[in-house]
Design a binder for this molecule. Sequence first.
Ligand code: ADP
Ligand code: TRP
Length: 331
Amino acid sequence: MNKEVVLSGIRPTGFLHLGNYFGAMRNYVRMQDNFNCYFFVANWHSLTTHPDTKELQNSVHRVIAENIACGLNPDKVALYVQSDVPEIAELYLYLSMLAYKGELEKTTTFKDKARLQPDNINAGLLTYPVLMASDILVHRAVKVPVGKDQEQHLEMARNFAERFNYRYGPVFPTPQAFNFGNELIKIMSLDGNGKMSKSENQMATLYLADDNDIIRKKIMKAKTDSGPTTSNSIKPDYIENLFTLMKLVSNEDVYTKFNEDFNNCIIRYGDMKKQLAEDMVAFISPIREKAADIQSNKELLTTIIHQGKEKARYSASATLTEVRKSIGMNY
Ligand code: ADP
Ligand code: TRP
């Protein structure tokens, strides 16, 4: 039986963090055996908001290295860089003739980003969803593991696919956002303000590249309070977040002990954070070290990126042959 095609992308706009790990990369790793997976670094997309490319190559290498360090196997999946696959750009051109100015202007992410960069509302930003649809449709992917914020883009990708099929003939399946397992994990930032993120709230976000002392420092500074005064209270969200992290990286009996202490109003947050900090160090440090090893081995990186490009272009060029045939542009 043919395996279903899965695709997802990460923009190389900063350091990957615990939210990316538990919200995205862990799911990629879990899918690699049972699906035909394409995972890529969306470096064209990053130009829509980050035109300065001084750090770009480094960031692309780091995203590749960190994905492998987290368990993604480049022999099992196609792990590639978007700009290595020119077929995506060609498909983007065809799809852009099927995308309307009005719908692009109404996209939430466009409106948000336009507000953040009023001096650089470029056409790439406006057509971001068209490029994203091309990323997906170029491999005729059906499952796209992404967070909730990307659902509107997925809906647009389905619309573009359907318009293409209606006008030129059935080439594309309609892709769906996919959530592996039922839990959608959201990792809040350690100061209780919003979520961990690549570029905001850096002292309250745990990055996969953080060294052990920084990890300890960030966790010891995490927001807490004086503790509950009635037993079995509901946890405030910043406390719940510490328990979420503990559940993800500590032993079950450690979690149970602190949870009982909370319910019995005898919790000492200092002790809890000390324990969490050590468990977090044990969790992050092997990933950081493995990623650093890969990142410093340029020859290995080049081989992996080249291998990914070959796999991606093999699939993408087959789709483009179909696309050109359907449009009638096969001379
Ligand atoms: P960021 O906000 O850090 O730039 P992205 O928007 O590029 O992250 O998201 C990449 C992937 O990581 C998405 O699938 C998203 O759902 C997931 N993700 C990002 N931040 C978190 C978080 N704090 N908790 C859970 N998942 C997250
Ligand atoms: N827009 C996605 C984000 O900001 C990144 C992305 C680009 C993507 N192309 C994609 C995700 C294709 C899934 C499929 O997170």
